[in-house]
Design a protein around this ligand. Structure first.
Ligand code: HEM
Length: 129
């Protein structure tokens, strides 16, 4: 076993990621742009998938891949219309959730930079003027 604490633990472990995702989805659930994109019957499931993915990405439990296989996030987002507009709405809610976290500033910045980068890579439609 490594003596080092994982990034996941340093970030606050499950409690942190649960807080992040629940704050984010509370906002998405009332957002006129994003809410219609998510499944009505499985909104909680969507929140759980994001939670598992983020935990795994940052070095926590690997439940995401056990349940869902390889993330292939760009491919899994291809059924949804994601232009810069939807991306920025997604990021706005995520920013609000990240800002609320009690976390070392350097780790918070790292988390935020990753989310911005990942959100940019999910755009699959030109901007519709
Ligand atoms: C750019 C704006 C984004 C939009 C509009 C968006 C929208 C969606 C929607 C509608 C779903 C389907 C919900 C479901 O799971 O049933 C989904 C799934 C998911 N999204 Fe996003 N997403 C965005 C960015 C991101 C980013 C940046 C990440 C990761 C950092 C992410 C991670 C996930 C994951 C892990 C799933 C579940 C995939 C699966 O296992 O099926 N999304 N997203």
């Amino acid at each position: 076993m490594s003596e080092e604490t994982s990034l996941y633990e340093q970030m606050g472990g499950r409690a942190t990621f649960e807080q992040l995702v629940s704050h984010f989805y509370a906002r998405v659930s009332v957002d006129p742009v994003l809410r219609p994109m998510y499944p009505d019957e499985d909104f909680k499931g969507a929140a759980r998938r994001l939670l598992m993915f983020l935990e795994q990405y940052w070095g926590g439990p690997k439940t995401y891949s056990e349940e869902r296989g390889h993330p292939r996030l760009r491919m899994r987002h291809s059924p949804f219309h994601i232009s810069e507009f939807e991306r920025d709405v997604w990021l706005e809610h995520m920013k609000s959730a990240v800002d609320e976290l009690k976390m070392r500033e350097d780790l918070k910045k790292e988390l935020w930079n990753y989310l911005v980068m990942a959100a940019h890579s999910m755009v699959n439609q030109p901007r519709d003027f």
